[in-house]
Write a protein that binds this ligand. Structure first.
Ligand SMILES: Cc1cc2nc3c(=O)[nH]c(=O)nc-3n(C[C@H](O)[C@H](O)[C@H](O)COP(=O)(O)OP(=O)(O)OC[C@H]3O[C@@H](n4cnc5c(N)ncnc54)[C@H](O)[C@@H]3O)c2cc1C
Length: 415
């Protein structure tokens, strides 16, 4: 059985994925076709929601609730859609112009692959077993539960110190390390033994190379290092520390040194999610696209974390939400132009603004060479994210929870 037969002249644009790339594509394309009845969009996604990943670390540390950063797609993105299908794309058949699902298949005239990426454990022994990743909403709930469980154990056993290790010095590793250190300090008063023992907290970030937060300019890196030496000295970054094996309570590095941990977080990178295909594409690598975001197959485009989009220097654009959104805009225009026999536009983007949160009252905002830090950056950071969120309810709930966080402690329930 196939999903909904369509009339021959209708064009069906199938988007796989409801993340930053998929939903931004929908929003942009919808604007272009709103008045047309001959073009319709089908959204196919494993999740029935859009997830605002830049605030995942706040859910993982009790500042925000999972619902604050989730937008149901059926509620918000249905206009001009032919169908919304909540299922997993298993196989892309470019010859038949069809995407296979478990029990059925869906036809397309144009396909937009926006399946994103998943945590890359690099096949390192022990990582999946012992470490907590942070990529989706379930990870954030598990991570918070893990920290609270750690505290329950430490309370029972009257620990004198807690060692938290984060592997990966990207933006997620840095932001999360500061939030975890603040979360743990805020948990202490609720645990009699830990308060009395005045338990010592150490948070260590292990980064494989010298280049932590590689997408950020050098002056941001310097600010982060100075923040860790002067403001939050509980957190430290250890560079050139590549993890070889993970054991219970111990990480072994390439240089054979061991780093002990009580709680381990894995934020060392992602790998693309590519449904198996006859596109001639290696499912372990990002999908190569040309400057118009088109794959080698006719009418198949790829955008977001799953796509390998070359920049002017010949490197690849980083896997960031803001890049995914911009690619989506160009891809929507290119498909619309293609339908209307007009020329396509190349994707060019100058990554000149970046945000990094550094816990309570601190952040770094980098905008066209200007660096803003401290409380003003923190307020600006929050304001920018509220504007960027797609859904009114999420904006209100997030703003409300941020305000209440100023006066009340974080949520410490284990769910
Ligand atoms: C913790 C964290 C913090 C981040 N912070 C920032 C930040 O501050 N700024 C920034 O710019 N970027 C940030 N990023 C990166 C950003 O989240 C990604 O670049 C962005 O989500 C990429 O968008 P995407 O649409 O390509 O993928 P995603 O947002 O991951 O969406 C992929 C979608 O595809 C669906 N899907 C996957 N496989 C299938 C399948 N087989 N069938 C059907 N559906 C499928 C998924 O359900 C999902 O809806 C962060 C990432 C993480 C993990």
């Amino acid at each position: 059985m196939r999903i909904k037969e369509k009339s021959k002249k209708d064009k069906n644009i199938l988007i796989i994925g409801s993340g930053f790339a998929g939903i931004s594509f929908y929003k942009e394309f919808h604007k272009l076709i709103h008045e047309r009845s001959d073009i319709k969009i089908t959204i196919l996604s494993e999740n029935n929601y859009f997830l605002f990943t830049p605030l995942l670390h706040e859910v993982a540390t009790g500042n925000l609730l999972p619902e604050d950063i989730i937008t149901p797609i059926r509620e918000n993105f249905f206009c001009c859609t032919r169908e919304i299908i909540i299922d997993k794309a298993l196989y892309i058949d470019v010859l038949k112009k069809q995407v296979k699902l478990k029990k059925t298949s869906v036809d397309y005239d144009y396909l937009v692959i926006a399946t994103g990426a998943s945590t890359n454990f690099f096949n390192i022994k022990g990582v999946k077993e012992y470490a907590y990743p942070l990529k989706d909403i379930h990870d954030s709930i598990r991570l918070k539960n893990g920290i609270v469980s750690l505290f329950e154990k430490a309370e029972m056993e009257k620990w004198k110190k807690i060692d938290v290790v984060l592997v990966g010095g990207g933006a997620t590793g840095i932001e999360l390390s500061v939030e975890i250190s603040e979360f743990i300090e805020q948990l202490k008063p609720y645990y009699k033994n830990l308060r009395e023992e005045d338990v010592e907290l150490r948070v260590k970030i292990l980064n494989a190379s010298e280049n932590f937060i590689p997408d950020f300019p050098q002056k941001v890196r310097k600010k982060v290092l100075s923040f860790f030496s002067n403001i939050n000295s509980k957190v430290s970054i250890v560079l050139n520390s590549r993890v070889k094996v993970v054991e219970e309570n111990k990480v072994i590095l390439d240089n054979r040194k061991a780093v002990n941990y009580d709680f381990l977080v894995w934020s060392a990178g992602v790998k693309p999610i590519i449904p198996s295909n006859n596109l001639g594409i290696d499912v372990l690598k990002r999908i190569p696209v040309n400057q118009f975001l088109q794959t080698e197959s006719e009418n198949v485009f790829a955008i977001g974390d799953v796509a390998a989009v070359k920049n002017l220097e010949g490197g690849l654009y980083p896997q960031l939400a803001q890049i995914a959104e911009e690619e989506a805009k160009i891809c929507a225009l290119n498909i619309y132009n293609d339908i209307n026999h007009k020329p396509k536009k190349p994707f060019l983007y100058n990554l000149d603004s970046l945000l990094l949160s550094l816990g309570h009252n601190n952040a770094i905002v980098y905008f066209k060479g200007i660096l803003i830090t401290g409380k003003s950056a923190w307020i600006l950071w929050k304001f920018i994210y509220l504007v960027l969120m797609f859904n009114g309810r999420s904006k209100v709930m997030t703003a409300f929870n941020w305000i209440s966080d100023q006066f009340s402690p974080r949520d410490i329930s284990k769910i």
